[in-house]
Design a protein around this ligand. Structure first.
Ligand code: PNS
Length: 159
């Protein structure tokens, strides 16, 4: 049986940290669906279509990765896609409580849905999309933190 996992998130914008987790996931899943949440309560810089386009560019060399939007519950998206695993990143202890609650809620909503947590590469543990947005908006250098396509998109957004 092939192992299909979802890596869900806001990806506003995708960072090198997200990319790191996508590639790490491929060591133990057969197929990974990067799920861009369209129903996130957070206000976003990039539209869902823009985020999908950026992620698709980033993973263009990985034929086992698909990038898709999902509109409602992650649990329902998992049912629709046949995925039984959710991949999430843990960067610090402060991430844990929210992630723990989310994993339990998702399993309540879909009893077969398990969550695995991955730790990113050490040099990316401080990274978040909100920090990238802040640094970029104050004209800081984000070239090490995001894919060149994302850097270009940030520059265009701030022009
Ligand atoms: O990158 P983020 O913002 O930390 O990702 C959070 C996300 C999108 C994975 C989470 O908010 C989510 O799954 N949203 C979809 C709606 C849903 O299922 N909510 C209940 C989660 S327990």
């Amino acid at each position: 049986m092939s192992q299909v996992a979802i890596y869900p998130g806001s990806f506003d914008p995708p960072t090198r940290g997200h990319e790191d987790l996508i590639r790490r996931s491929l060591h133990f899943v057969d197929r990974l669906i990067v799920g861009v949440a369209a129903s996130s309560p957070k206000s976003s810089w990039f539209s869902v279509d823009e985020r999908i386009e950026l992620l698709t560019t980033i993973v263009a060399d990985e034929d086992r990765v698909a990038v898709e939007r999902f509109d409602g519950l992650l649990a329902d998206f998992a049912r629709t896609t046949g995925a039984n695993l959710v991949v999430r990143g843990l960067r610090a202890v402060s991430d844990f409580e929210y992630e723990f609650q989310m994993a339990l809620m998702n399993r309540k909503l879909h009893s077969g849905l398990e969550t695995v947590f991955l730790v990113p590469a050490l040099h990316l543990t401080f990274l978040s999309s909100s920090l990238v947005r802040e640094v970029a908006s104050l004209r800081g250098d984000v070239s090490d933190l995001v894919h060149p396509a994302v850097q270009k998109a940030l520059e265009q957004k701030l022009r």
